[in-house]
Ligand binder design. Structure first.
Ligand code: NAP
Ligand code: GCO
Length: 264
């Protein structure tokens, strides 16, 4: 029988106090996994813990910046102590800066690369040895439409998410023989705090032009919800996907398949 159960597994989802990470961790818990998450501030960890509790989930939350190797090593050691070795890692923590490239400071570019690309490298590096020791594991990197497409103002983010796609393929290539599957999820445009500025109402009450643009670009004719990513994530975290490796699963309502609306 196909097995989507995560019973007995320990999952770390980074940056999962709210947004996409929270939705994925919730789905993992419903499939039977024990949940650990981190965020950079204690108040966000506390907010996350309250949200998990509200859903009846006994998650463990930790303060940890994914760009700091010493903090990440400590995080992984604490999770092993509290819950056991990590079987499933989701590299979800991420930021975006929307600044035209020629106005962007090198420091701002570096910060996006640091969190969105170096972060997944650092956290993956910290969990892979115990995955090897324990006979395997699952790593899911949260990629983006910008792993494939560019647009104005998101040069650093696109560079990071394009890089994350290739880090995904490289982890699959390098550690596949140890029964480690590393895949990506490429969400389309999902309604979360990260994309709120693109959906804000205009002063005259009309829709943000970007909001209408995305709905027109998406065959599903709507923004995604974080919940739309839950099924694909459970699949990639479960033994149902044991021969799927180095793949990016785009969950985008069809954006990447579509050339766009023909002119009226
Ligand atoms: P979000 O609402 O902004 O949540 C991102 C989370 O990551 C926040 O909890 C944030 O904490 C945390 N974080 C940021 N920097 C961190 C660091 N250095 N260490 C640890 N945690 C950190 O974003 P989201 O929309 O849920 O996105 C989650 C992931 O999906 C990101 O990688 C994003 O790029 C990707 N994604 C989003 C969309 C979308 O349309 N929303 C589409 C494709 C991909 P703070 O609140 O403290 O910053
Ligand atoms: C943007 C958006 C996107 C999405 C997402 C798309 O400004 O274009 O924030 O980058 O967040 O990553 O998949």
């Amino acid at each position: 029988m196909v097995n989507f159960s995560l019973e007995g597994k320990v999952a770390l989802v980074t940056g999962a106090s709210y947004g996409i990470g929270f939705a994925l961790a919730t789905a993992f818990a419903e499939a039977g996994a024990k949940i650990a998450f981190n965020d950079i501030k204690q108040e966000l960890v506390d907010k996350g813990l309250a949200s998990y509790k509200e859903k009846g989930i006994d998650a463990k939350g930790y303060v940890c910046d994914v760009t700091k190797e010493d903090q990440v090593q400590e995080l992984v050691a604490n999770i092993e102590r509290d819950l056991g070795p990590i079987n499933i890692l989701v590299n979800n923590a991420g930021i975006i800066k929307r600044i035209p490239m020629i106005e962007m400071k090198a420091e701002e570019f570096r910060q996006v690369i640091d969190i969105d690309l170096n972060g997944p490298f650092i956290v993956s590096k910290a969990v892979i040895p115990s995955m090897i020791k324990n006979g395997g594991g699952k790593i899911i990197n949260i990629c983006s439409m910008m792993s494939e497409l560019g647009r104005e103002t998101v040069s650093a983010y696109a560079a990071a998410k394009g890089g994350l796609k290739m880090l995904t393929r490289n982890i699959a290539s390098e550690y596949g023989e140890y029964n480690i599957q590393c895949n990506g999820i490429g969400p389309g445009y999902i309604a979360t705090p990260q994309t709120a500025p693109l959906r804000e109402r205009q002063p005259d009450g009309s829709r943000h032009p970007f909001d209408a643009f995305i709905v027109a670009k998406t065959p599903a004719a709507r923004w995604g919800k974080a919940e739309d990513l839950q099924g694909p994530a459970v699949f990639l975290a479960s033994s149902a996907s044991d021969f799927v490796n180095g793949h990016i699963l785009y969950v985008d309502g069809g954006i990447l398949a579509y050339i766009g609306k023909q002119p009226q």
